[in-house]
Design a binder for this molecule. Structure first.
Ligand SMILES: [Zn+2]
Length: 66
């Protein structure tokens, strides 16, 4: 089972590295994997970090195929 979260579900106006709407999708085997993948993307690309990010990421995490 693969879990994923879309950056543009978290930050609707996020701009990606190419200057367009960010289409980054964090994926992982577990919610923790998705959170850590997305958190590192948020920090490196959008300069966002903080304890509230975890909760926000979990809120938009979906399970593939469901
Ligand atoms: Zn992004």
């Amino acid at each position: 089972m693969v879990k994923f979260a879309r950056c543009n579900a978290l930050l609707s106006l996020a701009i990606g590295t190419d200057g367009k709407g960010c289409r980054y999708v964090a994926k992982g085997e577990s919610e923790n994997d998705v959170v850590s993948d997305m958190a590192s993307h948020m920090t490196s690309v959008h300069q966002l970090e903080g304890p509230e990010m975890t909760e926000n990421i979990l809120a938009v995490t979906r399970t593939h195929g469901s």
